[in-house]
Design a protein around this ligand. Structure first.
Ligand code: ATP
Ligand code: MG
Length: 235
C-alpha cells in the first residue's frame, strides 16, 4: 500500500534521512522506531508532502506521491497526525473536526456520517463537540487530531508519537484506539519511542538510527535482536 524506497531527506547540509526503504501492506500496522533525532518525523513529513525528498521514491497504492503537495497526498488517501498535536484552540471540537474534512467539503452528508462513526469511536469528542478545543486535556487533544485526520477518510494513517507526554492510563486508551482502527481495516504507520507498546500492536517494525534503517522484522524478531539496546531505542 505504502512503499518507500531509498528515501533521503536533508535540511541544508544535514542529512536527516539517508536512503531508507520500507513497506506497509494493506491493513498492516507497521511501527517505525528509533531514538531522538533518528529521522522518524522527517520521514513522515516527507511522505506527507510537507518536506521535499532529496532522493528516492514514495508510492501509495502504486501511485507516485514523491513530489506531491500535502493536499494531493491527502486526496490520494493518506492522512498524517504530526507530533506537534496542533488544534485550533479557539475553534470548537466540532469545527476542528470539520477542518479535517476539507477535501470532502462538498459531501456534507458523507461528512455527517463519518462524524457519527468517529463520535462512536471517540465518545469524549462527541460530549465536547461545542467546547473550544483549547479547553481539552492533552489526551483529548491527541484524540481530536487523530479524529480530524480520519475526517479525510484515509486508507493509510501516519501517526507521529501519539503517546508522547501522556499519562499511562491515557496512553493505554490511545493504543486501544489504534488497535480498533487497525481492526477496521485501516493501514497504519506508527512512529513511537514507546517501544514495548508499539511492538505489542505492530505486525512488523523498522528501527531507525542516524537516518538509516538498522533492523526490521516482526515484533518477536525485533525483541530477539540482541543489539537493540538503550542507545538505539532510548530505553
Ligand atoms: N527543521 C530542521 N532543521 C534542521 N535540522 C533538523 C530539522 N528538523 C530535524 N532536524 C534534524 O534532523 C534529524 C532527524 O530529526 P527528526 O525530527 O526527523 O528525528 P526523530 O526521529 O523524529 O526524533 P524525535 O524522536 O526527537 O522526534 C536530527 O538530527 C534533527 O536535529
Ligand atoms: Mg520526531
Amino acid at each position: 500500500m505504502l512503499d518507500v524506497s531509498d528515501l533521503s531527506v536533508s535540511y541544508g547540509t544535514i542529512r536527516a534521512v539517508r536512503g531508507i526503504s520500507f513497506t506497509v501492506g494493506k491493513g498492516e500496522l507497521v511501527s517505525l522506531l528509533g531514538a531522538n533525532g533518528a529521522g522518524k518525523s522527517s520521514t513522515l513529513k516527507c511522505i506527507a508532502g510537507a518536506l521535499k525528498a532529496s532522493g528516492g521514491l514514495i508510492t501509495l497504492g502504486g501511485k507516485d506521491i514523491t513530489s506531491a503537495s500535502p493536499e494531493q497526498v491527502v486526496r490520494a488517501g493518506l492522512a498524517t497526525v504530526p507530533e506537534t498535536r496542533d488544534v485550533f484552540p479557539d475553534l470548537t471540537v466540532g469545527e476542528n473536526l470539520m477542518l479535517g474534512a476539507y477535501i470532502h467539503r462538498r459531501d456534507q452528508a458523507g461528512n455527517r456520517q463519518n462524524l457519527e462513526r468517529l463520535h462512536t469511536l471517540f465518545p469524549r469528542l462527541a460530549e465536547r463537540s461545542h467546547q473550544p478545543a483549547g479547553t481539552l486535556s492533552g489526551g483529548e487533544q491527541q484524540m481530536l487530531v487523530i479524529a480530524r485526520a480520519l475526517m479525510s477518510r484515509p486508507t493509510v494513517l501516519l501517526l507521529d508519537e501519539p503517546s508522547l507526554g501522556l499519562a499511562p492510563a491515557i496512553v493505554e486508551r490511545i493504543f486501544e484506539m489504534i488497535e480498533t482502527l487497525k481492526k477496521s481495516g485501516l493501514t497504519i504507520l506508527l512512529v513511537e519511542q514507546n517501544v514495548n507498546q508499539a511492538l505489542a500492536v505492530a505486525d512488523r517494525a523498522y528501527v531507525m538510527r542516524l537516518g538509516m534503517v538498522v533492523t526490521s522484522g516482526t515484533p518477536d524478531e525485533i525483541r530477539a535482536t540482541s543489539d537493540l539496546s538503550a542507545h538505539y531505542l532510548g530505553g
